[in-house]
Design a protein around this ligand. Sequence first.
Ligand code: TPP
Ligand code: MG
Length: 222
Amino acid sequence: MKARGLTPQKIINAINNTFDKAIIASDVGQNQLWATQFLELGKGKQLLTSGGLGTMGYGFPAAIGAKIGNPDTDVIVISGDGGMQMNIQEMATAVCYELPITICILNNGYLGNVRQWQEMFFDKRYSGTCMRYRKNCPHNCKSPTDCCPEYTPDFIRLAESYGAKGIRVTSEKEIAAALEIAKNTPKAPTVIEFIIEREANVMPIVPPGNALDDMILESGDK
Ligand SMILES: Cc1ncc(C[n+]2csc(CCOP(=O)(O)OP(=O)(O)O)c2C)c(N)n1
Ligand SMILES: [Mg+2]
């Protein structure tokens, strides 16, 4: 399934509008950078993030702890499709303890942060970053095509297999309704899988080994 104009900014703006008061836990990667760029923090919204330590898998367990400690506050996870799989087994904990956490997965089908480096600084030689890779893929795949396999994994079926709710969002008009359902679901976590552009980049970025003066501000501005 192709992304239909869903951008991380639109998704995070909708989170801003849906939740006045919330604790948001980010994972690591592009999703984390977008979260820090677009979340409106301070007015009742707090962010838990591993920051520059960058421990993938942090977001979901952090949210479980936040929800147990703050049962009356909405708790939201913003994660990538890679990092979510590093502690996905904690879905069992969240279901057992009936924790109504909203889990927003920004699914680009890549370990996106690393893919962006491979695109910008290593001539787009993608290696080990595509979540839809199969042995018979073209050797020098430089972009996703219509032939790419479907989700790896199918997060909706995965959520449902644990007894959590799963909602897939592919277009902008579905974002707000999905967040409302998650917000109003008692006693169970809700996974919202947002299908975003596969090769969306986060700007600005500093090339490896360079000084802050060499920061690249816009895509294509090398
Ligand atoms: C435990 C761990 N392994 C590897 C990395 C290196 N790393 C940083 S970001 C990233 C990709 C994250 O991919 P995903 O979770 O899909 O998030 P996206 O960047 O696509 O939003 C990787 C592999 C890390 N920070 N932590
Ligand atoms: Mg990803």
